[in-house]
Ligand binder design. Structure first.
Ligand code: PA5
Length: 462
C-alpha cells in the first residue's frame, strides 16, 4: 500500500512556528475526522451529494462496457485523439502518462504492442491544434470527445473542427471514428451524439469533472491504449477499504487532509506543493492542482459566510525543480507545505558507467540513477527541514496501474475530507462557471446577450 510519512511536518523536526504537534492534533480531531468519514460513506449513495465518485471503483457495468468496446475496436486505429479540458482531460492525461511506456507516441507499432498512440488536445491554441491536426491521419484516428456539460466552448470548438475534417475525409462513415463521453440525458453533445449515431459513454450523475477520472472519462482512454483498468480498479477498491477506517492514525487521506488544513489555518502555510520524484507522475501534479484548487478555493462556507479559503496548489517535479523552485522553498517565505512523492522501485535500473576514472565525477560511477533520484529526494527533504520548512512524503511501491488507482483515489478522499474541515462545498465550482458563462457571452451564444452587453462595457475599463 501507499504510505505517508509526516515526520517532517511535526514541530519536533521543523520547530513550533512551522510544525504541528501531530499526534496531539490527531487526538484532538479524532471525533471530527471520524464524523466526516462516516458522513462521506453514508451520503455517497444519496442523490445531489456529488459523492458518486466514491462508487466508481465498484461500477462493474462501466468497466465491462469500456473493456468490451476497447476489445472490439482493437487494431482498427493508429491514434486516439482525446478532446476535453479540465476534469475531462487531466485524469486521463495523468494516468496514461504514468502508465504507458515513456515516449509512447514515438514508439513503433510493434513497440506499442499494436496499441494506438494517444493525444490529448486539452487546449485551444490555434498553432498547436493546427500542428497536431496536420500531423494526424484522421482516417486512422479514433476521436474521444469528453464533456460532462456537453457545451464547454473549448471542447465543442475542437470537436466542430475535427468532426468537419473527419466528415470531409470519410464521408458518412466518419461517425465510426467518434466516441462521445457525456451526460446520460442532457447537454448539446448528448443531443448531437444521438442525432448522428455516435457510440457514447456516460459521465455519471453526481460526479464532478475533477472527480471523474475513474468513470468512462478516464477509463476509456486508458483501456483504448491497453492499460490494465482491472488493476486500476483493484487499487481504488483496496484504498477505499483502507480509507473507510475512521481512526485517523490508520487513515492516510485523513492524516494528510488534517495536516494541510492545520498548516494553512494555524501556521500560515497556504500553499501546497506537489513534487513527485518521477517524470511519469508529472501530470499527476497537474491533476492534483485542479482537484485541490477547484475543490477548496471557495468564497463562502456552508453557512453562507464569506470565508475566501483555499490553499494554493503548486506543481513541481523532482529532481528537475531542485534547480528551479527549491531555492525559493528553502529561503523564501515559509508559507508552503511540500508533498514529495517517492517511487520505491522504478521499472528500470540504470547504472552509471565508470568512464571518467580520474575526475571529480568518478564518485557517481557504479551507482545507479535510481539511487541518485531517491538520494535527491532525501537530501532535499532534509535540507528543507534544516530551514524549518514542513514536508510530507508519500511513498508508492512502484508506478503501475494498481498503485496509481490507489494514489489518485487517496487524493480524492483527502480533498473531500479537507473540504469538510474547511466547512465549504468541495464539489461545486461557481468560479469556473462564471468564466465559462462570460466566454459564452463574448462568443455570442444565444441567451447570454445581457452578459455580453455588460462585458462590452466592463472591458473598456477592466
Ligand atoms: O472539474 C470541473 O468541473 C471542470 O474542470 C470541468 O471538468 C471542465 O470545466 C470541463 O467541463 P465539461 O466536462 O463540462 O466540458
Amino acid at each position: 500500500m501507499i504510505k505517508l510519512n509526516y515526520r517532517n511536518a511535526d514541530a519536533k523536526v521543523v520547530g513550533n512556528d512551522n510544525g504541528l504537534d501531530i499526534q496531539g492534533e490527531f487526538t484532538a480531531y479524532q471525533d471530527k475526522i471520524s464524523e466526516i468519514i462516516k458522513n462521506l460513506n453514508q451520503c455517497k449513495d444519496k442523490p445531489n451529494q456529488w459523492l458518486q465518485w466514491m462508487n466508481l471503483g465498484y461500477n462493474e457495468e462501466t468497466l465491462w462496457y469500456v473493456k468490451e468496446y476497447a476489445a472490439m475496436i482493437k487494431g482498427r486505429f493508429e491514434n486516439v485523439l482525446v478532446l476535453g479540458i479540465g476534469g475531462s482531460a487531466l485524469g486521463g492525461m495523468a494516468m496514461t502518462e504514468a502508465l504507458l511506456k515513456p515516449y509512447w507516441n514515438l514508439l513503433s507499432e510493434e513497440q506499442r504492442d499494436g496499441m494506438p498512440r494517444i493525444f490529448f488536445l486539452d487546449n485551444i491554441d490555434p498553432d498547436t491544434m493546427t500542428g497536431l491536426l496536420d500531423f494526424l491521419d484522421l482516417s486512422k484516428t479514433l476521436v474521444n470527445v469528453i464533456t460532462k456539460s456537453g457545451s464547454t466552448a473549448e471542447t465543442m470548438s475542437q470537436f466542430m473542427i475535427v468532426k468537419d475534417r473527419l466528415e470531409k475525409e470519410l464521408g458518412d462513415n466518419y461517425r465510426y471514428n467518434i466516441v462521445a463521453t457525456t451526460d446520460k440525458r442532457t447537454g448539446i453533445l448528448r443531443q448531437i451524439a444521438e442525432q448522428e449515431g455516435y457510440k457514447t459513454f456516460v459521465v455519471p450523475d453526481d460526479v464532478g469533472g475533477r472527480f471523474s477520472v475513474f468513470s468512462a472519462v478516464g477509463l476509456l482512454p486508458m483501456a483504448l491504449v491497453g492499460i490494465d483498468i482491472d488493476a486500476v480498479v483493484n487499487g481504488i477498491k483496496d484504498m477505499d477499504l483502507a480509507l473507510k477506517n475512521t481512526d485517523i492514525k490508520e487513515n492516510i487521506a485523513a492524516q494528510n487532509a488534517l495536516i494541510h488544513y492545520l498548516m494553512d489555518t494555524k501556521k500560515g502555510k497556504n500553499m501546497s506543493v506537489m513534487m513527485p520524484y518521477s517524470s511519469r507522475l508529472k501530470y499527476v501534479s497537474d491533476w492534483y492542482v485542479q482537484l485541490w484548487a477547484e475543490s477548496l478555493g471557495k468564497n463562502k462556507d456552508n453557512e453562507g459566510n464569506d470565508v475566501h479559503v483555499g490553499p494554493t496548489p503548486i506543481k513541481a517535479l523532482g529532481a528537475t525543480d531542485q534547480h528551479s523552485q527549491i531555492q525559493l522553498y528553502n529561503e523564501g517565505p515559509n508559507n508552503k507545505i511540500i508533498n514529495f512523492i517517492r517511487v520505491e522501485n522504478f521499472d528500470n535500473i540504470l547504472e552509471i558507467p565508470n568512464i571518467f576514472e580520474y575526475t571529480g565525477i568518478n564518485y557517481l560511477a557504479g551507482k545507479t540513477i535510481n539511487r541518485l533520484m531517491n538520494a535527491e529526494a532525501d537530501s532535499t527533504r532534509v535540507a528543507l527541514a534544516d530551514y524549518e520548512r514542513p514536508t510530507v512524503t508519500i511513498s508508492i511501491p512502484k508506478v503501475d496501474a494498481y498503485n496509481l488507482g490507489q494514489l489518485l483515489y487517496m487524493f480524492e478522499v483527502q480533498t473531500a475530507i479537507a473540504g469538510a474541515l474547511y466547512n465549504i462545498n468541495t464539489f461545486n465550482q461557481p468560479g469556473v462557471e462564471q468564466a465559462k458563462n462570460y466566454t459564452y457571452a463574448l462568443m455570442g451564444r444565444a441567451g447570454y446577450e445581457e452578459s455580453a452587453n455588460m462585458l462590452q462595457e466592463r472591458m473598456i475599463t477592466v
